[in-house]
Design a protein around this ligand. Structure first.
Ligand code: ZN
Length: 462
């Protein structure tokens, strides 16, 4: 078969793909309390059943992975050597701010609206129908292609942990749950908890409780200190000096100090500004001593780990990032968290000790640690995927790194591949999540070519 004929077979899947995806979007597949045979609740059970039914309707042998996930096979061969395509059918809550029904699956021209259209039901639909096109075209395969759809990507990836424990997970594959061209490197992660006694000298902080998640740059931070109106002018001076907003207001006999930063995700600090750091620097300028002063000096608003002695970067990964996401004072004890994402070339196991040595008076506890996840650009997998991307779009072959964690990490040799294009707005987890049908069809073509490149017999397409 020649490429043109093959691409026509891919394009002929469009109508069925769109209708199938609309049906999926209408299921609000949110995680809920477990029920029998439904470890993530009834909505995900229903979504899983519908997806399995669609896989079977399209002619694929499909399995229910005990309510944790599902899979569907194209071709023959061992599961271990199969090419895996890993996507997910769970979603995050709709949230506010929608101008369309989040579960209405409204199609306007080329645009389909709804929670899950981009993350990740749309890419899953594109992958499933790419497999259908390969099957319809009768492309001879040298290995199995296994589509795996998990029910718990958004909440903790319990789905894939279960899969790996009870079934045979393929070694190699890709997850269309991020962006093109390809993410073949995820930084390592190190989560630290900091504990210290609060100093009785200097400025007295009566109440401090900021941040809920260590992976989030808090966009606002406030605390209550002992002090009168004489401190208000000092706070104004700090705000002027540093050029970011901090203000102080009298609250009975105390003063409430509020810092406004820019919130963001720990993996992508470039666009964020940590309000906790601003608050710490302000407190130091007002005379805070001890642990608060140390944190202000050593961390402050830095997100590169400079003061902590861990600043590093390599060409493939980009810079180390560090986020002070939570800070609290309870009964004279200070508690804070650091979320560190470190480059491939540095020895992450030393981070804990270096941070400890740069935080006098603190006890530093390592709460989680993950090595970087990397698939070399020269691997057959990365080359086969980039070739497909280039064949279909004519765009540059390029690899990317991320500080985030993707589903691809669940595979020994896994990469994130699509399905949003470089110019697409990032709408995952946001209001008015939507996809272009043209873009999904482009992805379907890319995935179909990727399957041919990585699982097809030599010379399957002329
Ligand atoms: Zn996702």
């Amino acid at each position: 078969m020649n490429r043109k004929e093959f691409d026509q077979i891919v394009m002929s899947q469009q109508e069925d793909m769109v209708q199938t995806l609309q049906k999926w979007i209408r299921v609000p597949s949110l995680r809920d309390e477990p029920q029998e045979n439904a470890p993530f609740g009834p909505a995900l059970r229903k979504m899983l059943d519908i997806t399995l039914e669609d896989c079977r309707r399209l002619g694929f042998a499909a399995r229910d992975i005990d309510g944790y996930a599902g899979d569907a096979d194209l071709g023959e061969g061992s599961d271990e050597d199969a090419l895996a395509i890993l996507a997910h059918i769970d979603i995050v809550p709709a949230g506010d701010g929608w101008t369309r029904e989040p579960f209405g699956a409204q199609l306007e021209g080329d645009t389909l609206y709804g929670r899950g259209t981009g993350d990740d039901k749309g890419p899953l639909a594109a992958a499933l129908f790419a497999m259908k096109a390969v099957k319809d075209a009768g492309i001879p395969l040298k290995r199995k292609v296994k589509l795996i759809f998990g029910c718990d990507e958004e909440s903790g990836m319990e789905d894939m942990k279960y899969y790996k424990k009870h079934y045979i997970m393929p070694k190699t594959g890709f997850s269309p749950d991020a962006s093109y061209p390809i993410i073949n490197l995820e930084k390592g992660m190190c989560g630290l908890h900091l504990h210290a006694d609060v100093s009785e000298d200097g400025l007295q902080v009566m109440e401090l409780h900021v941040g809920e998640r260590q992976s989030v740059f808090p966009g606002a931070a406030n605390c209550l200190v002992r002090g009168g109106s004489e401190l208000i002018a000092k706070v104004d001076a700090v705000s002027k000096q540093y050029g970011w907003p901090v203000k102080a207001e009298q609250e009975g006999e105390y003063l409430r100090i509020t810092a406004t930063g820019i919130n963001g995700h720990a993996a992508y600090p470039e666009t964020a500004r940590n309000a906790i750091g601003q608050l710490l620097i302000t407190l130091r300028e007002l005379g805070a001593e001890g642990a608060l002063k140390v944190l202000a000096d050593v961390v402050g608003t830095q997100h590169d780990g400079l003061g902590l002695g861990i600043k590093a970067q390599d060409e493939a990964s980009g810079p180390l990032t560090c986020n002070l996401g939570i800070i609290r004072i309870t009964d004279g004890k200070l508690f804070a968290t650091l979320d560190i994402r470190y480059p491939l070339m540095i020895a992450g196991e030393h981070i804990h000790g270096i941070v400890q040595s740069n935080l006098p008076g603190f006890t530093v506890e390592q709460k989680f640690f993950k090595l970087p996840h990397h698939v070399p650009a020269s691997s057959e997998l990365v080359q086969g995927l980039l070739k497909a991307y280039h064949e279909v779009t004519g765009r540059e072959k390029k690899t990317l790194s991320t500080g985030g964690g993707t589903y691809a990490r669940m595979l020994q040799e896994g990469v994130a591949f699509g399905a949003s294009f470089p110019e697409d707005p990032d709408l995952a987890h946001q209001a008015d999540e939507r996809v272009s049908i043209k873009g999904l069809m482009e992805s379907m073509k890319i995935f179909a070519h990727a399957i041919v490149n990585l699982a097809g017999e030599e010379g399957a397409l002329s």
